[in-house]
Write a protein that binds this ligand. Structure first.
Ligand SMILES: Cc1cc2nc3c(=O)[nH]c(=O)nc-3n(C[C@H](O)[C@H](O)[C@H](O)COP(=O)(O)OP(=O)(O)OC[C@H]3O[C@@H](n4cnc5c(N)ncnc54)[C@H](O)[C@@H]3O)c2cc1C
Length: 434
């Protein structure tokens, strides 16, 4: 395999394949090295993909049989305490009709495979069952290729793109990214629960390939800083839950205990009743935000996607950041190929493109969000019950005067959070997203 390429890409996830498509489209000689038996075989995510980011790489993806599960027409947010839930739902006609115009669900095993096929059709070489074990450098320390676990598996390339995901020993070993700190990483588990299509349609009030997402916060993470989700696929439901790695270590909770409890919650169990568990997967995700993004370019090397810690924890967006960073890395490499300069001097254009894009703009805007969640543990402990009890007071109709009920509702909150604490929470929440 000792061959010279324009670009060697490590990882056939959304970041790596987006880059491969853009590069191959413009005639660059590209190889993608993937450790899985096939692209997607080792990958897991919640399930929501964003049409615009994909469309920038494959404009006619819907006509090219992209394996879309459901078109998302409704987004719900649920705040759960042990006994109940408070929710918000947003459904919009704008998302009906012209299918797949915003967000849709996919399964990674099918999607990544399909996406890699698009890259192959454009001329990229995608090699699976091969692990990149190290980076090759010249005497001056410039990256000039990768070493794989195959016999004679050195690949020489003008530029290497690291798109190998959150757990990137290569980036760490080579000194391009510090080891991800436990407070910057979440561990999430997901179960796929199979149900007939018409049952899902009925339970979620949808039809004709439309679907719903539910983002869940509250005491379901057993006091830990985390979230859960329920996403509809065509004939299954993705149920997942995750929390900060530090919190798992502190609380000694096992991820499967969390998901089992979530399945029993009165707001969740009716949605999955009678379903057959099909798959159980666990994965890390980067949650450190802006502060944890490493330097994105070096001599002969760029970093994209989760490997560069690009994840918007507030909006639960990662795949679109990965696809966009892969595309922008590819555009930078095409410029470098034109100039024949693969040093930082030209490759730094990637950082400039990223700063101009929504990816770094959003992460910068929400840079305080990770610490907001960390410092306001009450969101996951006492506040869910306080909020539920307060609403119970307000909405229970009997012969109690409303003034008395209003005072009881306020007491339910104040019993958990002092007025100053509440002000601090609201102020910090506002500051974390302004
Ligand atoms: C539980 C969970 C739910 C999520 N939900 C969503 C969601 O609903 N919507 C969303 O937009 N984002 C979501 N995300 C985030 C999203 O999955 C990631 O941001 C996205 O997959 C990152 O893409 P990537 O290409 O950078 O990395 P990955 O998708 O991790 O791909 C990296 C690839 O590199 C390969 N690889 C790794 N090391 C090597 C090596 N040494 N040699 C060769 N190959 C290697 C891997 O096998 C893999 O195929 C979720 C994440 C998790 C964990």
């Amino acid at each position: 395999m000792e061959e010279k390429f324009d670009v060697a890409i490590v990882g056939a996830g959304p970041a790596g394949i987006s880059a491969a498509c853009v590069l191959a489209d413009r005639g660059a000689k590209v190889i993608v090295v993937e450790r899985g038996e096939y692209p997607g075989s080792k990958n897991m995510f919640g399930g929501v993909l964003y049409g615009q980011s994909l469309g920038r790489v494959i404009p006619d993806y819907a006509q090219k049989s992209c394996p879309i599960e459901r078109n998302i027409v409704e987004s719900r947010i649920s705040y759960l305490s042990e006994e109940g839930s408070i929710g918000f739902a947003y459904r919009d006609q704008a998302f009906f009709g012209k299918l797949h115009n915003n967000a849709f669900t996919v399964g990674r095993a099918k999607f990544d495979r399909w996406f890699a096929e698009q890259a192959r059709a454009k001329g990229a070489l995608v090699v699976c069952s091969t692990v990149v074990t190290d980076l090759l450098r010249d005497g001056a320390g410039r990256v000039i290729g990768v070493k794989t676990d195959r016999a004679d598996g050195e690949l020489h390339a003008k530029v290497v793109l690291l798109a190998d995901g959150i757990n990137s020993p290569l980036a760490v070993k080579s000194g391009f990214r510090p080891e991800a700190r436990p407070e910057s990483v979440a561990l999430a588990v997901k179960e796929l629960i199979e149900l007939p299509e018409e049952v899902i349609d009925e339970r979620f009030g949808v039809s004709a390939g439309n679907g719903v997402t539910i983002e869940i916060l509250g005491s379901v993470t057993l006091g830990m800083n985390g979230v859960a989700f329920v996403y509809t696929n065509r004939r299954s439901i993705s149920l997942g839950i995750g929390a900060n790695l530090c919190d798992f270590a502190k609380q000694r909770v096992r991820p499967y205990e969390m998901i089992e409890r979530l399945k029993l919650h009165p707001a969740i169990s009716p949605l999955i009743k009678g379903g057959k568990p099909r798959e159980y997967l666990a994965h890390w995700l980067p949650e450190g935000g802006w502060e944890s993004v490493p330097k994105l370019f070096h001599d002969g090397l760029l970093i994209a996607g989760d490997s560069a810690m690009l994840f918007n924890a507030l909006h639960r967006e990662g795949s679109n950041l990965a696809m966009t960073s892969g595309r922008l890395a590819a555009e930078t490499i095409l410029h470098a190929l034109e100039k024949g300069d693969f040093t930082s001097r030209t490759l730094k254009g990637y950082a400039a493109r990223m700063e101009e894009s929504f990816v770094l703009k959003d992460l910068k805007k929400y840079r305080r969000f990770p610490s907001f969640l960390k410092t306001h543990g009450e969101l996951f402990t006492t506040l869910p019950r306080g909020a539920l009890e307060a609403l119970r007071e307000i909405l229970t109709v009997d012969d109690t005067p409303k003034e008395t009920r209003r005072k009881s509702a306020w007491r339910a909150i104040r019993g958990r959070l002092t007025p100053l604490g509440l002000l601090r929470l609201l102020f910090d929440a506002w500051r974390s997203i302004r």
